[in-house]
Design a protein around this ligand. Structure first.
Ligand SMILES: [Zn+2]
Length: 147
């Protein structure tokens, strides 16, 4: 994997920008008086597009979000049962729907095996979803952590 470079205090990049090794960056958000937050962004080499991956409490956690994506890719988010926990298969699509109240969009990453759940939700490929909404956050809809 590429190395992290600290551009300045509060912004680190994974790989050198403008090279084929570049993968994205983490940045500290000035949040005084609130606790500090870090945003993670991925850079897609194929379409030269930077997109949102999520928010973390520490720089280390923010870096881990990008590293996890590069190692494991997008993972299905279906909860199977209390024994197996969440599905660990590779996700192949995103299904999404607007929540009836408010402006919230519900969405779920799904593998081939679970591709038919949420049959009335709209469906997109993962790259198309990222291009359309400029971001995707693994496990964002979970209450608590992935089992
Ligand atoms: Zn699955």
């Amino acid at each position: 994997m590429s190395d992290w470079f600290e551009r300045y205090n509060g912004l680190s990049q994974l790989g050198r920008e403008h090279t084929p090794d570049y993968r994205g960056y983490v940045v500290r958000v000035d949040s005084e008086p609130n606790p500090e937050k870090w945003f993670t962004y991925a850079f897609d080499q194929d379409d030269q597009h930077t997109y949102w991956l999520g928010m973390s409490d520490t720089e280390a956690e923010a870096k881990a979000v990008l590293e996890r994506l590069l190692v494991h890719g997008w993972v299905c988010e279906v909860f199977e049962n209390s024994q197996a926990g969440h599905c660990k298969d590779q996700a192949v699509k995103v299904k999404h729907i607007w929540h009836e109240r408010g402006q919230e969009r519900l969405r779920s990453l799904l593998c081939e095996r679970h591709g038919d759940v949420f049959s009335d939700w709209a469906q997109m490929t993962i790259p198309a979803y990222i291009r359309t909404y400029n971001g995707l956050e693994q496990d964002a809809a979970f209450i608590g952590k992935r089992l």
